[in-house]
Every structure is written in C-alpha cells, then in structure tokens.
Write a protein that binds this ligand. Structure first.
Ligand SMILES: [Zn+2]
Ligand SMILES: [Zn+2]
Length: 62
C-alpha cells in the first residue's frame, strides 16, 4: 500500500482524506469533523474549522 504525506502536518500515512475547503490531503489527526454525503463524506480540517466562514459553510452544507 502506498504511503502518502499529509498536506497539513506532513504525517506519513496510508490513508488520506481530502479537506473540502482547502483541498489538502489530510491524515486522521488533522480531520476535525466529517459529514455524510450521498455517496461519500465531506471532511473539514482543523485549520478550516478555526475559520468562521468555512466552519459555517461546513455546518450549513448538506
Ligand atoms: Zn495531518
Ligand atoms: Zn482545510
């Protein structure tokens, strides 16, 4: 399995998810929250979570 590097903390991990708001690839510990979408999940990183505008976008998104 390929090892990838987290775009936020440079942690090396086999599984990264994409932050919907800054488009960086995130390791588990950088994901602040996730929302279920129809087929997938929407993720927000801890950096975007501290941004009020992005956080409210996340909260109001379906
Ligand atoms: Zn990380
Ligand atoms: Zn982000």
């Amino acid at each position: 399995m390929a090892i990838e590097t987290c775009g936020r903390c440079n942690n090396q991990t086999a599984k990264l998810v994409k932050c919907e708001y800054c488009a960086r690839m995130l390791c588990n510990s950088c994901v602040k929250s996730a929302k279920r979408k129809k087929i997938d999940h929407r993720y927000i990183c801890k950096s975007c979570w501290s941004n009020i505008g992005k956080r409210s976008m996340f909260k109001s998104a379906n």
